[in-house]
Design a protein around this ligand. Structure first.
Ligand code: AMP
Ligand code: MG
Length: 353
């Protein structure tokens, strides 16, 4: 079995940034950065300010906030809220307010996406070895047996008390980083910073625009290899990508198995999509949607966007395995295809009038 490919370590970014030399200047803002490993990925936070002390304090507080949330939401750390819930033996477990909120949000998104997002999929992820990076292909009987322990509808939330049936397990892998990013953004804004860019393992959360007020220009990483396929101009938005190219293994049967699982089958998604990038204000919404739209496949994901885009306000860039780019109309003028990717065809998805 070939080990999981985690190009993250080298690339760090699925959205590489084109910003350092062109951050823009209004006054005497300088860039201050902090890079660290947390929540199983590399993070780089960059804030722009005239006041070095203020900038460094904001960075420190944001990093501490990520550490605090990781300790609460880790599925493996025996002291975490999630671990306590997963080992509650069918009894209610009291969790911190922020844990109850993210669980509630994940369950709501699971319902909205008709179970494409499935926060209780952990037993199945374990069978495929994605939780320990010792991959294997489970038998269909094994998957069926484990799917009996999966079902977001059966999670009970009463205020800050969560109850899981024995054998069920919650995992915030698909929403935790986006939500932690939102909280880091809040910390940075509270510290008085108006221009910052948080890179959370390739997912980007922007505070404001560049120091001169113009948009950030982000490079969108190609799902087909190294380099970027396009750029996106945004301010004050989160940009989150999901794809099976990030983490996968090649089975003994020669098939590529990715880390995003279709809860309907218990098997890795293989529907012709190469990546899904979601753009919205909130990181947690982007994170939940990028994973679940990837599971849905292009057709259902486009229908979901048409149905929900006014209520949830988000945009999407889909890249298909046959190298087509589909993007929602609101962001078409903010996206530019890379020169060396001109063979990729662009389709604009329009809202229903
Ligand atoms: P993301 O990188 O945000 O797309 O999240 C993918 C991670 O979420 C995987 O590595 C798994 O831990 C977990 N996961 C995989 N499939 C699903 C799914 N259908 N619903 C919820 N979480 C999932
Ligand atoms: Mg996600």
């Amino acid at each position: 079995m070939i080990a999981i490919n985690r190009r993250l370590c080298v690339w760090i970014l699925s959205l590489s940034l084109i910003l350092t030399s062109c951050a823009g200047r209004k006054g005497r803002e300088e860039a201050y950065s902090s890079s660290f490993f947390a929540m199983d990925t590399y993070m780089t936070f960059t804030v722009y300010d005239e006041d070095a002390k203020k900038a460094q304090s904001a960075l420190r507080q944001a990093k501490e906030e990520i550490g605090r949330l990781e300790a609460l939401w880790s599925v493996t750390d025996e002291d975490s809220d999630i671990y306590a819930v997963n080992h509650g033996g069918g009894r209610p477990v009291t969790v911190q307010e922020e844990t109850a909120q993210i669980i509630q949000f994940a369950l709501e998104m699971a319902e909205k996406t008709d179970g494409a997002l499935e926060p209780t999929l952990y037993p199945v992820l374990t069978a495929w070895g994605f939780t320990k990076e010792e991959n294997q292909i489970p038998s269909l009987e094994q998957i069926d047996r484990l799917l009996e322990r999966v079902g977001y509808e059966r999670v009970l939330v009463a205020g800050d008390q969560i109850t899981l049936e024995e054998g069920m397990m919650l995992d915030l892998g698909a929403v935790g980083k986006g939500s932690a990013g939102d909280r880091a953004v809040q910390v940075i804004e509270k510290a008085g910073i108006t221009s910052a860019l948080l890179d959370i393992g390739g997912n980007i959360q922007a505070v404001g625009g560049k120091p001169d007020g113009s948009d950030w220009r982000l490079g969108l990483r190609s799902p087909f290899g190294e380099g970027i396929f396009g750029t996106l101009q945004i301010s004050d938005r989160s940009v989150v990508t999901s794809g099976n190219y990030e983490r996968y293994f090649i089975g003994e049967d020669g098939v590529r198995y990715g880390h995003i699982i279709d809860p309907a089958t218990g098997c890795p998604v293989n529907n012709g999509l190469a990546s899904v990038t979601v753009i919205a204000k909130e990181g947690r919404l982007c994170d939940a949607l990028s994973t679940s739209l990837f599971v849905m496949g292009l057709e259902d994901a486009v229908s979901y966007w048409k149905e929900h885009q006014e209520e949830q306000i988000f945009d999407v860039i889909f890249v298909t395995e046959d190298q087509k780019v589909y993007l929602t109309e609101r962001i078409k003028d903010r996206f530019n295809l890379q020169k060396d990717c001109r063979e990729m065809k662009i389709h604009v998805i329009e809202a229903e009038k």
